[in-house]
Ligand binder design. Sequence first.
Ligand code: PMP
Length: 465
Amino acid sequence: MDGNFNENDISHIVDADKAHVWHHLIQHKQFETKDPRIIVEGKGMRVWDQNGKEFLDAVSGGVWTVNVGYGRESIADAVHAQLMKLCYFAQTAGSIPGSLYAEKLISKMPGMSRVYYTNSGSEANEKAFKMVRQIAHKRFGGKKHKILYRDRDYHGGTLATMSAGGQDERVMQYGPLAPGFVRVPHCMEYRAHEQDLDHLSSEEYGVASANLIEEVILREGADTIGALCLEPVTAGGGVITPPPGYWDRVQEICKKYDILLHIDEVVCGVGRTGTWFGYQQYGIKPDIVTMAKGVASGYAAIALCVTTEAVFDMFKDDPNDPLGFFRDISTFGGCTAGPAAALENMRIIEEENLLDNCTKMGERMMGNLQALMEKHEVIGDVRGKGLFLGVELVADRTSKEPVAEAQVAQVAAECGAQGVIIGMSNKSVPGRNNVLCFSPALIVTADDIDLITDSVDKALTKVFG
Ligand code: PMP
């Protein structure tokens, strides 16, 4: 830390936080007996809290965001220069970084064509839902308007994205939800026994799970379904990777029933899995892609809804429908700091070969975690892609009964005490946090990977023996 921080400042800042800040995803009662953690500074892979304690951040800012690490001067410089030139103009007009970033991004997304600027992952997903709804009105008299989403997937905290929320505990006290969203089953091979599908091979399970989506389509009526919205690798729902065969069959089904495929890349997007996008790991050809967190690594708030030219074309000039363009605006989609930061973020990933580093370090981390499985009976499954990994903890490997959530929190707290911040996913099993999550920045070194997994090893020993 830079030392410009004295104890009076600290107690003032902590008091102000306790008096006035409403933290995200936190039960505030705990702050009656302890102080909230305030992160004061970050550099590379490390952050410091209000007490000067150093942490190795294994979750890129808590929620899979700071992909190029903290303290990047070149991003700060690019944002500063852009703000001094032009801070903002509504996206009704273009901007220099808006044009340049769109061009650069599309060069990494063959088959995609148009970039719609907005500010958060939820909002990007809402834009996509609105596009699907409007297409239903334009082409199908409003009938083909339903959006399918998957059990355990998460698409945001707004009303419509909650209505497409596959994690019940994050939705259940906020109803009534928006109509026109229909849930389909997940594809989680580790828990195939819960669907009586554990007798199948991986590939058979992949195809069978995709077929469960088709069953829902047939039940609802294909002529009522406009889009299927899925995460390529499910993040908060338990770090769930698809088995072989799944995505091919999903795409066949979408084609067969003229259903748009909307891929939510809010977590996987921009390098996290070792390719620019998670969907590129599985040969997916989406119609709509949404992204947010890693786009500018948190240096500016920016999110995008990217479409094919075919989707865009549906909103173009139609003499029979003069109001048929996309009648939507996002005020802060016009902030130029976002694309300026995103452009530099992408340049850094290219120049420093961070996609390769992600793949290599991801393999190392996967190897380390798999090795821990031999030592710790409590690890039921290790899964992930690139630097996006999860460890599912179970009380019994045969029944796969999850461990108590409090024990998982204890493991995370124990890692924290050792100076490593790890995450817990919202659920793999309904209502239970039993997956430890890891998503270090793409700059992570082998030494840091080993530090993270050593810390998990010690924490598991301490909590489970
Ligand atoms: N989609 C996914 C897959 C996410 O993980 C998240 C956020 N965790 C969102 C959408 C929502 O993004 P935001 O919080 O920026 O609205």
